[in-house]
Unconditional design. Sequence first.
Length: 323
Amino acid sequence: MAKVSAPAEQAPSARRVADAESILKRLDWHVVRRLDGLLQGDYRSLFFGQGLDLAEVREYQPEDDVRYMDWNVTARMGEPYVRQYMEDREITGWLLLDLSGSVDFGTTELRKRDVVLDFAGVIARLLTRHGNRVGAILFSATVDEVVPARGGQLQALRVVHQVARPDRRWTPGATNLEQVLDHAAKTVRRRSLLFIVSDFISAAGWEQPLARLARRHEVVAVWVRDPREEEIPDIGPVVLQDAETGEQLYVETQDRRFRDRFRSLVEERRRQTERVFARNGVDVLHLTTAGDMARELGRFAMLRRQTRQRQAATFARAGAAHA
């Protein structure tokens, strides 16, 4: 009987690269290409909102946007000058990625962890594709790993691999977002674009670190949720378990008063969290395990573009008043 030899198994590192490549290819096809169509290649509205930091004033060039004319300098110098903002320079993006126990939850085809992974892959691909750098801070109960910011396609693969690898060990316990944000402030020194990708299930006390980050960086909160976190169906008696602490609670879901109370508490938490973001000028992108990431990213970018257009119109009116 002839002996059939099995094909040589790939080395673990080669398999991991192949896995990361397949994830990025899937995201290119299902998300990035659709975003190209929705945004028509204009990704600045996705990466920048109201945080227009002045970098320098320089002489006007024919292709410059007249809305950015600096009328005071123009009058003083006798030549037209425009303001150049940080958005016109290289972007360094940082992904703060929540990989704690609570993101393993999901009642659709996806878990919240899958949404975190896909978002990280899409943003890493978009940033590096346009010649920018991206880094990542991976956290569970606290910060577990930092991927230094670099450019190029290999960096996108590196970020995806580090998020997706199944052998990673995470710090057990409840998420301490306050420590995570403090760590980010020490790690990211130069002004950057920060995406905080989380379900924001954390101990209290993280608003002040968020405020400090928002004063220095362009910060976007990417709030990842599952529909069943909003409302519990009537499925009889169940035991609920905290994915991070292991604490268990027996509940009677057929009790309408319990379901109403649960819904009320979820709504109050949502309002409180949104107020924290609003007070600190942080835009919020909502993603769910049942949603369409390309559509939500496109909608988010268009809303930010409208905000920028209103802001530019305000600059233009102010400039005309000083002319």
